[in-house]
Design a protein around this ligand. Structure first.
Ligand code: PFF
Length: 448
């Protein structure tokens, strides 16, 4: 039997849960990495503009679909459809988003597992388990399977408990922890030699790069990944928001938190790289660019922590716990998409649906782990470079072209009576109808 639907019990609950989904490895790892390889502050500037001008409108479209439908992504989109053809299209878009979320979780869980293993390393070192500490940070089949399983277990554990007792309660616990860890680490890194050079590199834009197509594509892709768009996740989170809430301001607050935390993460990672340089660690690759990607997180930064002596153990531990917590608040949202679908459309019991779907996704992770060299990048590319932009674009098309303008307005008016007279209503419908689909399509075609 399907259980009754959950709802976020408070405005703060929703903000923390949605920000928890948005803020993840994409912010704390992806954003600083992209900044490092795209000309520093020029990227930050473009990212800020695109996040508010393109990602926020698309984000609003998804939240609105969910709040209107009060159901999983497929059902919500079908409620907006008028003909059989549109209903089929709705199924395709909604289910596509759910598959996309599942695929993202299958590779995200592996990377989050690595973060957890690196968090365990300082602990094993502290208690003198030298061999174990070497094992947890070495690439290996058993290590990868074990830590991915552990991470998936935590994700399943939270989602089994439902919206209020699972997602909301844990987001309220984990998000403040994450923000506190981030703040402490930034303050500490700022006191070290080399940090100011990093700060300069981060905050001085090389304006000649601002309009480079590659930079625009990377920034938009990053903004879409960061707001978890095109995955059904924001539709389902939107469906748990009370009709009393003002969606326009809630959406803006979540976007603001997401962007701010990405910015803060850059304030930690880029200066930390320069601190590492001041301590003699090589931070530039052979082609002269700042080291980015996995080497930055799993080689340069750990070398920096090691060079700090005993305190480095605590700093390293805090850093990788920060990463793991950020990943967990995102992964729970990815699992909620498919689970809500199974519960509402197939009358599955929530606990059972969560465990079964969680295990199925873990099986995909195992296949990826067994073929790590080519499958990790492949699945990530299919889901984030193809799946997310296409689904996000189709959601905008749904809101702009299929849903009646009056119904859109009626939905927006819940919790925001005066919305009709705001600048939001003057710009956003037009934006969602024309600009967002066009911009996403342009970026997508360019990335091909
Ligand atoms: N927004 C998350 C991040 O920045 O790491 C990633 C993400 C979460 C993508 C949820 C997709 C998703 F459905």
């Amino acid at each position: 039997m399907a259980t009754s639907r959950g709802e976020f019990s408070s405005r703060l609950g929703f903000i923390l849960a949605a920000a928890g989904s948005a803020v993840g490895l994409g912010n704390i790892w992806g954003f600083p990495t992209q900044t490092a390889s795209n000309g520093g502050a020029a990227f930050v500037l473009v990212y800020l503009v695109l996040a508010f001008c393109l990602a926020y409108p698309a984000f609003m479209a998804e939240l609105l679909i969910g709040r209107f439908g009060q159901a999983n992504a497929v059902t919500s989109l079908q409620k907006m459809s008028h003909s059989l053809l549109q209903k089929r299209f709705a199924f395709l878009v909604g289910f596509g988003g759910i598959i996309c979320a599942a695929l993202i979780l299958s590779f995200y869980g592996i990377i989050a597992g690595w973060m957890m293993s690196y968090a365990v390393e300082p602990v094993t070192k502290l208690v003198g388990l030298t061999d174990a500490s070497q094992w947890v940070i070495s690439q290996g089949l058993v290590r990868n399977l074990l830590f991915t399983a552990l991470f998936m277990f935590l994700t399943i554990f939270i989602i089994r408990r439902g919206v209020e007792q699972g997602i909301e309660k844990w987001s309220k616990r984990l998000m403040p922890l994450m923000i506190a860890l981030l703040a402490i680490l930034i303050i500490y890194v700022m006191t070290l030699d080399g940090a100011s050079a990093g700060l300069q590199a981060y905050l001085n834009p090389d304006l000649s790069r601002v309009f480079k197509p590659d930079l625009l594509v990377s920034a938009l892709g990053q903004a879409f990944f960061s707001l978890s768009l095109g995955t059904s996740v924001m539709i389902i989170y939107g469906s748990y928001i009370s009709k009393k809430e003002n969606l326009v301001s809630l959406g803006a607050q979540v976007t603001l938190i997401d962007v701010s935390i990405a910015f803060l993460a850059g304030l930690l990672i880029i200066p930390a790289m320069y601190v590492a340089q001041a301590q003699g660690v090589a931070i530039y690759a052979d082609d002269g660019s700042l080291i980015a990607g996995p080497s930055m997180v799993f080689a340069v930064l750990p070398t920096l922590f090691e060079g700090m002596g005993a305190i480095g153990l605590f700093v390293g531990f805090a850093f990788f716990i920060l990463m793991s917590v950020a990943a967990l608040t995102s992964s729970i949202s990815m699992l909620e998409g498919p689970v809500s679908y199974a519960v509402e459309r197939h009358n599955m019991q929530r606990e059972k649906a969560t465990t079964v779907i969680g295990i199925l996704i873990f099986v995909i992770s195992v296949v990826i782990i067994l073929n790590l060299d080519f499958m990790l990048d492949l699945v990530a590319m299919v889901a984030t470079e193809y799946g997310q932009p296409i689904i996000a674009m189709l959601c905008c098309i749904f809101v702009g072209w299929i849903w009646h303008r009056n119904s859109v307005l009626d939905e927006l008016k819940h919790g925001n009576e005066a919305v009709e007279h705001t600048i939001f209503w003057k710009i956003w419908p037009w934006y969602t109808k024309f600009i967002c689909p066009l911009a996403i399509a342009t970026v997508f075609i360019h990335s091909l």
